[in-house]
Every structure is written in C-alpha cells, then in structure tokens.
Design a protein around this ligand. Structure first.
Ligand code: SF4
Length: 397
C-alpha cells in the first residue's frame, strides 16, 4: 500500500480499429502532438498541486503512457511530460515502473534507445494476433511482419515488454488462438494480457465468431499454454512471469490513488470520506476549456456531474471487493477490516454470508493465512456471476 500512479492518455492512432471503444482519434484529426504535449504540461502545472493535497505522497510508483498510440509521440515529447511531472514534485520512486504502449511498426532502433535512456522500463505491444486474416478484420494497419520486427527489436535490446493478445475474433478457432500464444511465447514476453473481443450485440464483427463455449475453451487454452511457458495468471486477463506483474494494474486493484491526465483519462483520489472518481472530457477542445475554468480549485468538483463520482460507503465497499477479487491476492480480511471496520463493523460477516453460496457453486475459494476470498478458475470465467451478489446497495450498509 501507499503507492501512487499517474496515467497519461495519448489519443493519437494510425487507424481507428473496428472494435475499439477507447478515447482515440486518427492523428490527422487532432492538433499537432507538440500542442497536445503543451496542454498536458499545463494540466500538470495547474492541477498537480491540488492532486498532491489529497494523496499521502506524490512519489510515483508507476507512470503509464497509454492510448491511443503513445509511441506516435517522439521520445523528446514523452520526456517533456516526465519533466513537467518532476518539476511539480511527482518524482519516480526508485525502481518505478514506467510503461509506454507501442503499436507494431512505430518503434525504431533509434527511438527505442532513446526511450530506454529516459527510463521507460516496460513496453506494452498492441499486437493482438499473428494472423494476417484476423488483423485485417480488426482494421489495424500494421502487418504481422511489423509485429515480428517490433518484438525482435525489443528482445534484442533486452527490453521488458508485455504482449496484448485479442481472441474471439470472427472466424478464429481454438487452433488459431493456440498458434498465437505459441508465437508470442517465442519472443519471451514477461507479461501478457489476453482479452476476449467484447462488442455491443448488433456489432457487425459478431458475425462468424466462435460460440461462447468455444471462447471459454480458448481462454482455458491460453491459461494452460502460458502457465507451461512460465507466465502465471495474476488477474482475470493478465499473466506474468512472477516478479513482472504490472504495478500499474496492481494499483487499480489495490485501492491505490492514481491521477489520469489528458483527454478521457480517469482518476481516483482518496478524498474524504470514501474517495472520488472523475474523468476528463473526451475532446481536446472541451478539455482545454475546462482546464481554463477550473485552475487552482478542487477542479473535479467543477466537472459536469456525469464525469465525477464521489463514492458513498456502499460504492466504496463494492469497488474494493470487486477489484480485490480480480487479482490473485484476493479479498483479504485484514484489509477489509482496516478500511471499513469503523463504518461497517459487521462487514466481514456480511461478505461471508454472500460468499458461501459462491463457494458451494465452485466459483469462489476460501484460503487462510491470511484469511481471504479468491476467484476459482471457474469464477475467473464467470466473474460477473460472482460480483453480482457482492455488490452492495445503498440501503444495505
Ligand atoms: S490503435 Fe488501439 S486505441 Fe487506437 S483505435 Fe486501435 S485499438 Fe483503439
């Protein structure tokens, strides 16, 4: 505990992928990158001091450049953002994790060397699949050859990288997923995130997808093959060689504060009594206008109500429970007590009452030393069925 992280959203993309619901724009539809970087610097300078008043320490244990495609910014632009944070007192902890998401084909030997030199410790490669047929379905412009070149570059430089794998694509079957996992492992990633394609019901990409039971088999296969390759699952969709779990992900699942900067970026700050979640508007223009309006104040209080959520006790308990269960550390009794015993002395019994039927159904496990609840393998696949009874309503607390 006591960790803090910063997320920087870089919304530039080479293409708009058919399945994507992140805040992103094609590069041509945004202001030049140097203008966006100067707005990030402005956000850091104007809001950073107020953020610091809400957190125990501004030392960053994780700094994450996500997107979009952050590797479309030059190394010097990324470095300007790091310097702006440092100038405001957001220093990197010793051994801090600094992640840059990269798209295959956007990294060169020269840019990788510069990124390594400035202290990027981890590259997250949005590769998705090694099959040209499925890449074209997703609308991604990079080729398999681009992916291979980027992975070879990272491997040859000894850089630590994570591989993003997407499965459940139209026309994709079990054997295709197995082949993607095997190929990813050939490059020695220390971390892999595996996501099943999720789409609204009427989305055109739903046509030709494997049925639900085959998608569940795909996920089982991914878990087994990665485990055989030394990557252990530490969260519903994330796998790592022990010791290489993403610290940024762990912040999200351990009730730690984080500040998100840039358009659409989400934050969670531990304001009294139960914390506040808020997020920036999704366009550069509205972000810029809002920054001008809210400088120097508890700025989130002036966001549109639809983008700020001061947590109430029942929401804080629900978030705490769900996020803890997503990670393989599980929901630990002493941590529940530490956070909620004053406000809800009987919470452990209430959690037990709701958890026992899930244990009987094989979705949840009880472990001791320390006493905690954990998702079983079946529970990972059916996490929503576990979370539903562990959702607390206002009149229940
Ligand atoms: S590159 Fe990433 S962020 Fe951009 S559209 Fe594709 S999936 Fe979305």
């Amino acid at each position: 505990m006591g960790s803090f992280g910063v997320y920087v959203h870089i919304p530039y993309c080479l293409q708009i992928c058919t399945y994507c619901d992140f805040v992103k724009f094609e590069k041509k539809d945004l202001p030049p990158t140097d203008r966006y970087v100067s707005l990030l610097e402005h956000e850091i300078a104007s809001r950073g001091p107020r953020v610091q008043q809400t957190i125990p320490s501004p030392i960053m244990h994780s700094l994450y450049f996500g997107g979009g495609t952050p590797s479309l910014l030059s190394p010097s632009e990324i470095l300007s953002v790091i310097h702006a944070l440092e100038k405001q007192g957001f220093q990197r902890a010793s051994g801090a994790e600094v992640t840059l998401e990269v798209n295959p084909g956007t990294l060169t030997e020269a840019s990788l060397d510069k990124f390594l030199e400035m202290g990027i410790t981890r590259f997250s490669v949005g590769a998705q699949t090694f099959d040209e047929r499925f890449l074209s379905v997703t609308g991604r412009k990079h080729s398999v050859a681009d992916t291979v070149a980027t992975l070879e570059l990272l491997r040859d430089r000894g850089a630590h990288f994570s591989f993003d794998l997407l499965f459940g694509l139209p026309g994709q079957h079990l054997a295709d997923v197995g082949s993607d996992v095997r190929r990813a492992l050939e490059y020695g990633p220390k971390h892999l995130s595996a996501y099943c394609l999720t789409l609204p019901e009427k989305h055109r990409l739903n046509k030709g997808r494997a049925p639900d039971d085959e998608q569940a088999q795909m996920f089982d296969l991914i878990c087994d093959d990665l485990a055989a390759g030394g990557l252990v699952r530490y969260e519903v969709s994330n796998f790592a060689v022990p010791g290489f779990e993403s610290r940024h992900n762990l912040l999200y699942w351990s009730d730690a504060p984080y500040w998100g900067i840039g358009i659409g970026a989400h934050s969670y700050l531990p304001t009294a009594p139960w914390g506040v979640r808020f997020w920036n508007p999704p366009t550069v223009r509205s972000w810029e206008l809002e920054m001008a309006r809210t400088a120097g104040t508890a700025f989130w209080q002036e966001f549109e109500p639809s983008r700020v959520e001061p947590l109430q006790l029942h929401q804080a308990i629900t978030d705490f429970t769900h996020t803890a269960l997503r990670s393989t550390r599980g929901l630990i009794d002493t941590e529940v007590q530490r956070k909620f015993s004053a406000a809800f002395p009987d919470l452990l019994h209430e959690i037990e009452r709701r958890a026992l039927p899930l244990v009987r159904d094989g979705l949840l496990l009880r472990a001791e030393k320390p006493g905690r609840w954990l998702l079983s393998r079946a529970g990972h696949a059916l996490a929503d069925r576990v979370f539903e009874p562990l959702t607390f309503l206002k009149d229940e607390v």
